[in-house]
Ligand binder design. Structure first.
Ligand code: ACO
Length: 318
């Protein structure tokens, strides 16, 4: 049996930091409202001209360094993003060129905030079936470019950043299991209406019925946690760390309660990063690896919920 083992992690945040107090000056909000309702204190925003691929490249190079392999050793590149630099080539192809890798498959996965768990699930299948031996999986977003900075209900929630992992084929897990789902019935609750097909007519900004999305997210994430444990015959106490998508501290706390995990065993970055969509899990993961919290051999549960709706989880023995 072949599994995907995590060789190394990396992440990158743009230099510019915008605090809640900064946002008070541009929209009708208060720093306290943002902190109390979301747990967010600040977020990083890409500089003018700084693109998703720039962030992805910085995170990818750090992950390759941590993994101790050369980019040329990769035989699969997947980038999860909702904010690609161009309609095409994909951000993964742009990244492949930056890394001077030629010939291996490279493609983007678009599942909004669940993008990273989707991309991990796809990469894991490539490795398990013998189609790839060393995969780079990146979650990268310049989500700030999708925000209406006059809409207080959305602009205070998001940030930019990127995170990456290098996976390698191994006889031992690695990724124990990955579970992904979608239901396209909820477009009206969370969307960016504009795209290539209706660039002139649709709004280019995030529209969200936050309260309804919140309720869905809490219920659905509770279910995905149960599904993941049941699929592996595990109990709650088998999970050492929860690495959740970082949308809102209250959603994270609800999932931690469901798992019976104290918040000390949950990696929380929402306060410093805001919601960085597909980048949030690999950013949190890399931070907890680098500061020594997460140790080799521990069991990690990653979970996410996002636009689509899409949702999923990845259970890993690190
Ligand atoms: N500052 C001050 N007041 C605000 C702000 C703000 N920034 N934003 C909204 N309000 C007001 C609203 O207008 C409303 O006022 P009203 O009662 O007079 O109408 C009041 O605050 C309450 O609004 P709610 O939307 O009910 O607030 P809620 O407690 O639900 O918090 C939030 C909003 C933070 C958006 C929350 O609903 C949430 O986190 N939702 C889930 C987001 C999520 O997980 N999205 C999925 C991933 S994102 C992706 O995939 C792109």
């Amino acid at each position: 049996m072949t599994y995907s083992r995590i060789l190394g992690t990396g992440s990158y945040l743009p230099e510019r930091v915008v605090t809640n107090a900064d946002l008070e000056k541009i929209v009708d909000t208060t720093a306290d409202w943002i902190l109390e309702r979301t747990g967010i204190e600040k977020r990083h925003l890409a500089a003018d001209g700084e693109t998703c691929c720039d962030l992805a490249e910085a995170a990818a190079r750090r992950a390759l360094d941590a993994a101790g392999i050369r980019a040329a050793d990769l035989d699969l590149i997947i980038v999860a993003t909702t904010t690609p630099d161009q309609a095409f080539p994909s951000t993964a192809c742009l990244l492949q060129q930056r890394l001077d890798v030629h010939g291996c498959p490279a493609f983007d996965v678009q599942a909004v905030c669940a993008g990273f768990v989707y991309a991990m699930s796809v990469a894991d299948k490539f490795i398990r079936t013998g189609s790839a031996k060393r995969a780079l999986v990146v979650g990268a977003e310049t989500f700030s470019r999708l925000l209406d900075w006059n809409d207080r209900a959305t602009c205070v929630l998001f940030g930019d950043g990127a995170g990456a992992v290098v996976l390698e084929a191994s006889d031992e897990p690695g990724i124990i299991s990955a579970h992904i789902h979608a239901d396209g019935a909820y477009k009206d609750l969370l969307q960016v209406p504009a795209g290539i097909g209706n660039a002139q007519t649709g709004s280019p900004y995030v529209e969200m019925k936050g309260n309804e999305v919140f309720r869905f997210a809490v219920t659905t994430l509770g279910r995905i946690v149960e599904e993941t444990l049941e699929a592996n015959g595990m109990s709650k106490s088998d999970v050492d760390w929860l690495i959740p998508h970082q949308a809102n501290i209250r959603i994270i706390q609800a999932t931690a309660r469901k798992l019976g995990l104290p918040m000390e065993r949950v990696v929380v970055t929402v306060g410093e990063h805001g919601n960085t969509s597909s980048a949030s899990i690999p950013l949190a993961f890399d931070q907890a690896v680098r500061d020594g919290r997460i140790q080799r051999g521990e069991r990690l549960l990653m979970e996410a919920f996002g636009g689509g709706f899409t949702w999923g989880s990845v259970l890993v023995r690190y």
